[in-house]
Design a protein around this ligand. Structure first.
Ligand SMILES: Cc1cc2nc3c(=O)[nH]c(=O)nc-3n(C[C@H](O)[C@H](O)[C@H](O)COP(=O)(O)OP(=O)(O)OC[C@H]3O[C@@H](n4cnc5c(N)ncnc54)[C@H](O)[C@@H]3O)c2cc1C
Length: 653
């Protein structure tokens, strides 16, 4: 049998024909060719499988089966889901049930960009990173009359690009670069686990990606918009400091952020807050709400940075099924790029420099920060470097990259990194360990009304016996078919391949529900970002090396929240539940990364003061999730926005 025929046979073994076509008939070979075009390093793996006398032997077969299935259940543009065959089979479509009420995607509003050769010599403020922290600070400063340069490592992709691909978004995890960045697979990081260091590319687990694109994570996030609560700012006082942890209180309390939370909710627009009603719900919400009532649990609607009604010049959500991980096709989701950054540009005093990395902060002979050193690539691929002078510098690159930047900014007065006299930069790296469960039901329960999250129980956020902290539970975003496959196969609810796998997808896709939640992590000083001593990225900048682990308390909290999720689903009528717990090796970080430039009142145990000024540098502020002392038992972004408003308002006073 020639190789082509053999490959076709194997592809059809993974997804065989029944009343619906096989993977081969749906375009599986085209898909594999395209996929391996992007991942040529995997050709030998495929060749070995094809040449093997026992191709279905694990682990190679499991990899192949998952890959072929991913293509089969992904969007048709990936080549293996011709005419949406698999989507029709599982009863899924990206559009809202009623169809779009107008053309999508709506036209993009172009940013005000500047090219490297047109940079001013000096700006009042240079903001590094255009995510929630950087965008908000840039906006407040520009509106107060300051000249602002925002520097962003990523580009500004169109909504059309960011609203379709099921295999290249930050929630897909299929070994391909996400379209929301990083764009270069030479953007390396090093992960140290059990004394062994591995160099990782951005699509590998453990790289700890959020997003690297204009708007940062908020361009494509899920937009859950929770406030931390008072105990989240006082974890050490509430629970003590567990052995082996660096748990601490914030130097500010809930009251200090309350005005910032209200400003963020009002100025960005949060559905389910006092600003506008929650997004539309359906039978799934009713089912889970009734179950919570039966259990005697309290519940609240999920606040989302998504318009439920027209707001701030942008339309209401139409309820499509591709929210988390994607740009919103109708621009109903509020992110940094279509709210605060847009306002900053409207002043005429702010511009954004895209595809450019702040390499280090420039320090003069007196140890004062005077500007920022920038590095990028021309369209022809040539590396360029320049410096801009800045009255103030705002660091907002996300928790991993902000720490990297300060460490890369070592100078004679601070030879181990700017703000790092006490060896605190990069420590206390944290994110959110998630726990949850999937439930199978006798009837269809997935109503496919996007975005998905509609109600949440907060009964386990604090005060659970034997648990430090805790977390919330929320019904999940509408899953993509490829992700449903991975979830059902990963929990052993369907086989990875074959007739039963396909039949399982058909039968269970809409008869399964997931309830998940983040838990508040117990921080450790050993979970950290350092600079790797030898690895650099494609621009020659030393890369972050991540090391450490989660604290044992986190596993307890995760198990607790997963059990409560299963209990909720059972009360809702699930005939079977599978809990989802467990973590990969290494520190927690990823999409909710935080903590690496801890805020405090003591320069020997923190990096920034309560106004987020780097100790010893009154014109340098860190204004992103890096400053979070602890990260709450809820998604963190509203706190990033709120703190940025607080700090930026202080800067303009
Ligand atoms: C798929 C997904 C879903 C999410 N869902 C939610 C949710 O529902 N609710 C929630 O609360 N949070 C959610 N998050 C997390 C949320 O997006 C982050 O908490 C938030 O974006 C953090 O904001 P930030 O300003 O700290 O940093 P970021 O958003 O990470 O922005 C940092 C920016 O700085 C740029 N940058 C970094 N280093 C440099 C440098 N040296 N020079 C120039 N630019 C640089 C990066 O490219 C990036 O664009 C989600 C994230 C993802 C990816």
């Amino acid at each position: 049998m020639d190789m082509f025929t053999r490959l076709r046979t194997l592809v059809d073994l993974v997804v065989p024909a029944d009343e619906f076509p096989s993977a081969g008939e749906a375009g599986g070979l085209d898909f594999l060719q395209r996929y391996l075009g992007e991942r040529p390093d995997l050709w030998p793996r495929l060749t070995a499988l094809l040449e093997s006398a026992q191709p279905t032997a694990e682990p190679a077969w499991g990899w192949f089966a998952e890959l072929v299935s991913a293509g089969f259940y992904a969007d048709p543009a990936n080549g293996a889901n011709r005419d949406r065959m698999s989507w029709r089979m599982v009863g899924w479509a990206p559009e809202p049930a009623e169809g779009w009420s107008g053309p999508v995607p709506v036209p993009d509003v172009p940013p005000v960009t500047v090219s490297p050769d047109r940079l001013a010599i000096r700006y009042d403020a240079v903001v590094i990173g255009s995510g929630p922290g950087g965008g908000t600070t840039g906006c407040v400063l520009a509106e107060a009359g300051h000249r602002v340069l925002v520097v962003e490592a990523g580009s500004w992709p169109s909504t059309a690009e960011l609203s379709r691909d099921h295999l290249r978004n930050p929630r897909s995890d299929w070994g391909l670069l996400p379209l929301s960045g990083p764009e270069d697979d030479h953007d390396l990081r090093v992960l140290e686990t059990d004394g062994r260091a591995r160099v990782l590319r951005p699509y590998e687990p453990g790289w700890a990606n959020n997003a690297m694109t204009a708007g940062g994570g908020s361009r494509i996030y899920g937009a859950q918009a929770w406030r931390f609560e008072p105990r989240d700012f006082a974890m050490a006082s509430t629970y003590g400091v567990p052995d082996g942890s660096s748990l601490a209180d914030w130097p500010i309390g809930y009251g200090d952020l309350e005005a910032g939370y209200a400003q963020a909710e009002r100025e960005l627009g949060v559905a389910g807050s006092s600003v506008m009603p929650p997004v539309r719900t359906g039978p799934r919400h009713d089912l889970l709400r009734a179950a919570a009532d039966r259990l005697g649990w309290s519940w609240v609607p999920v606040p989302l940075l998504v318009n439920s009604v027209p707001y701030d010049g942008r339309p209401a959500c139409q309820g499509c099924r591709m929210c988390v991980g994607f740009a919103c096709p109708v621009d109903a989701k509020a992110g940094s790029q279509n709210t605060v950054l847009r306002r900053a540009f409207a002043t005429g005093r702010a511009e954004i420099l895209l595809r450019t990395r702040a390499e280090r902060l420039v320090v003069d002979d007196h140890g004062r920060v005077t500007g920022v050193a920038l590095v990028g690539r021309t369209a022809a691929g040539q590396v360029w470097r320049t410096e801009v002078a800045a009255g103030a510098v705002v660091v907002a690159g996300g928790a991993v990259e902000s720490a990297r930047l300060l460490l890369n900014s070592a100078h004679p007065g601070e030879p181990t990194g700017l703000g790092n006299r006490s060896d605190q930069v990069g420590r206390h790296l944290q994110g959110h360990v998630y726990g949850g469960a999937v439930g199978l039901f006798a009837d269809e329960v997935e109503d496919l009304i996007g975005p998905g999250p509609t109600l949440s129980s907060h009964d386990f956020r604090h005060g659970v016996a034997g648990i430090v902290g805790g977390g919330i539970l929320v019904d999940e975003f509408i899953p993509l078919p490829a992700n449903t496959y991975r979830m059902l196969a990963g929990s052993g609810l369907i086989p990875r391949w074959g007739k039963e796998s396909k039949a399982g997808m058909r039968e269970l896709s809409r008869r399964s529900l997931r309830v998940m939640g983040p838990i508040q992590e117990v921080t450790s000083a050993l979970s950290r970002v350092r600079l790797d001593p030898s690895v650099t990225d494609a621009l020659g900048v030393p890369v972050p090396r991540l090391s450490g682990d989660i604290h044992p308390c986190d596993q307890q909290a995760q198990a607790m929240i997963a059990d409560r999720a299963a209990e909720w689903l059972t009360a809702a009528g699930a005939t079977r539940t599978v809990v989802m717990a467990g973590t990969g090796a290494g520190p927690s970080a990823g999409q909710h990364q935080a903590g690496t430039c801890r805020m405090g009142t003591d320069p020997t145990t923190s990096v920034v003061d309560p106004e987020c000024r780097v100790w010893g540098h009154d014109n340098v502020r860190v204004v992103d999730s890096s400053v979070h002392v602890t990260n709450g038992g809820v998604n963190p972004v509203l706190t990033v926005f709120a703190n940025a408003f607080r700090v930026a308002n202080q800067m303009t006073r």
